[in-house]
Design a protein around this ligand. Sequence first.
Ligand code: DGL
Length: 272
Amino acid sequence: MSDERPIGVFDSGLGGLTVVRQLIRCLPHENIVYFGDTGRVPYGNRSRETIQKYALQDEDFLMRQGVKLIIAACGTVSSMAPETGDRLPVPFFEVVSHAVKAALKATRNGRIGVLGTAATVASEAHKRQILALEPSAQVIANACPLFVPLVEDGIIERDDPVVCEMTRRYLQPLVEAGVDTVILGCTHYPILRDSIADYLGANVVLIDSGAATAEAVRDALQSQGLCNSGHSTGMHRLCISDRVSSFARIASLLLGEPVMAGQIERVDMDLL
Ligand code: DGL
């Protein structure tokens, strides 16, 4: 049995495409519908109630596209509102728990850094899950509120002076604490991976929440018999809630495949 229904993936903006890239790597034949809520990004400085409301709407939009599984490719939703997935009639994945497991596997000294939005860091979701699995671990978390607007504006070059300065400011406390593993707890951050790695040095392992989650999704689809067993490359639909001038360019970089402006569908959230 082959299940051709798409996988639904959502985020507040572009960042969730880092998860889509990992999904394409693990599951090249799967069809994917991506929803980036570019009209309301960022989520990371909003209240729990607002993040919950947006997550419910994003999930409802994807359900209407006939998806077989939904991924909240957003660290903020995954930390603040993961229960929004409980009501869904399809499997739901968030990006915190898989990153936590990967970090615990990678660390040698038990000191784990977490970078995320203000809401993600305030929720302490990573810290709670790490300590539940390994009570002796030390977790040092820092919010990086300017990273998301930098990425959404396409300011992502490894040597960009603004990126380098913000990286230094946000990561310095983690370096001082001697972390050997850092969770990129916001799905926008893998886009800045090179600058982050340059600052942290080669001995610090970076955990990409998307990679860990995509592998878990592949295992779930296989064990539940939900894979698309066709041999052609999957179709990837990209939907956004507002026009973003650099979306096509950055989406191409993130997905590793050309994205044309005409391929991007605009969704009016007021009509949902
Ligand atoms: N990619 C989202 C996350 O993982 C960005 C959050 C935001 O919109 O502030 O948290």
